[in-house]
Design a protein around this ligand. Structure first.
Ligand code: RNT
Ligand code: ZN
Length: 418
């Protein structure tokens, strides 16, 4: 029996034509892909031979307890998933490979190096998404990969990207749910370039080689991710938004929209209905940039709400894949996952609780006064009670009691990691 607070809230929404029961059902069916890299500050556990400290992005903070091995990362993820309502996915990077005997370089990676992750996902009923890793590697140390002028280096990265496609398809097959493969490269230039054209031509050529072999879209969906700038690529990024919008449109790829990859006042919410007229689907990298692409933990803020309002209002849920992309090393890393995922789900819930039909009708009739009044009215409806009910039905703590569990985990597990 649901608590009285839910019954009252349910009635208030029903009075405005919103059925909270359908809403709760729908919300429970929307998976969020949790980024593995939040658990170890985008480190990965590869053989140190390949690595070089040049991630292309900055993690700040030194909160104790970061995962040092795949086992620890999985243990932390289990704790996070236990306090997040619904059933979700894991988003893995190739630099989280595990070698049984001898380490191989990135262009020789195969499914065996990720089989433990796949088995673990199967055991925990999680979908698994996958990314080639073009950073933290000696051949990415000058910041160039698929646009590198040296064909040897370029082909090394092309081989890596192809290997990752095959791994992704295999994962999708094994788990019976398509793996989202997302390609992002760190390539760019710190200072003014004299030739913006050639690296883009090279990128197009590299991508076409990578995607040449046809793989089954029943098991594999492929996205490309643009960026405005990065640390060390302030002046020029060949894989810009315009570049990938054109690429995804002409090659029928998914477009990845990372909330932190645009001008600070530019919102990805408005892009959704435009790009979905031309690309088959989108991948969201839900993130929170503070003044720059800082990858702060996602919270229930206006930009995040606007993204999901657009997704729901346009009926775009079937064409929208939701992944998180933030990494904060200054707070408890498990709590960061939980806060960011729950905030994303709350933004979805608020969007689903909108009286869409009424709003649309006001708009069609030109009654913009009523439209604005209703939108404002909805903000003070008791959505907290609906969220609590959602958590209750999904058997996770609704209120802040989840934090007590994380604190216990911190005392017994995280604080034991030197
Ligand atoms: C980098 C991109 C990319 C990465 C992950 C680790 O700016 O946002 O998505 O954050 O692949
Ligand atoms: Zn991203």
């Amino acid at each position: 029996m649901s608590p009285a607070s839910y019954q009252l809230a349910r009635q208030q929404y029903a009075d405005r034509g919103v059925d909270t029961e359908t809403t709760l059902d729908l919300l429970s069916q929307i998976p969020i892909s949790l980024q593995c890299w939040q658990g170890d500050d985008v480190g990965g556990f590869e053989a140190s031979a390949w690595q070089s400290q040049n991630a292309g992005f900055q993690t700040t903070g030194n909160y104790p307890g970061k995962a040092r091995t795949s086992e620890e990362l999985r243990q932390d993820l289990i704790q996070a998933f236990a306090l997040i309502p619904g059933s979700h996915r894991l988003n893995l990077h190739a630099c989280y490979a595990e070698y049984s005997s001898h380490p191989v370089d990135r262009d020789e990676l195969a499914i065996e190096h990720f089989q433990s992750w796949v088995d673990w996902c199967k055991e925990h009923r999680l979908g698994l998404d996958f990314n080639p890793t073009f950073f933290s590697h000696r051949w990415a140390s000058n910041g160039l990969t698929l646009t590198h002028p040296d064909a040897t280096i370029r082909t090394f990265w092309i081989r890596h990207a192809i290997a990752c496609r095959q791994i992704s398809e295999n994962i999708g097959r094994q788990l019976g749910s398509p793996t989202i493969y997302n390609l992002w490269i760190p390539d760019g230039s710190k200072d003014i370039v004299a030739d913006r054209k050639t690296p883009r031509l090279r990128l197009e050529e590299s991508l076409d080689q990578i995607f040449k072999e046809h793989l089954d879209s029943q098991y594999l969906l492929e996205a490309v991710e643009s960026k405005l700038f990065g640390i060390g690529s302030e002046s020029y990024v060949p894989g810009s938004y315009d570049f990938y919008l054109g690429y995804a449109t002409t090659r029928k790829k998914l477009l990845c929209l990372d909330a932190g990859h645009f001008h600070p006042t530019e919102s990805i919410a408005d892009k959704i209905s435009s790009v979905l007229q031309f690309v088959p689907a989108i991948l969201l990298h839900v993130s929170r940039g503070v003044r720059w692409d800082s990858d702060h933990v996602v919270i229930l803020d206006d930009p995040t709400r606007a993204i999901f309002e657009e997704v729901v209002r346009g009926n775009f849920l079937p064409q929208t894949h939701i992944g998180l992309d933030f990494f904060d090393a200054s707070i408890n890393r498990v709590a960061a996952w939980i806060i960011g995922t729950r905030a994303t789900q709350k933004a979805l819930l608020l969007a689903l609780l909108e009286p869409r039909n009424a709003l649309r009708q006001f708009e069609q009739e030109g009654d913009f006064t009523s439209r604005l009044a209703l939108l404002e009215e909805m903000k003070s409806l008791p959505h907290g009670a609906i969220w609590e009910e959602f958590c209750l039905r999904q058997e996770v703590p609704g209120s802040l009691t989840w934090l007590d569990e994380v604190k216990r985990y911190e005392r017994s597990i995280l604080s034991q990691r030197p």
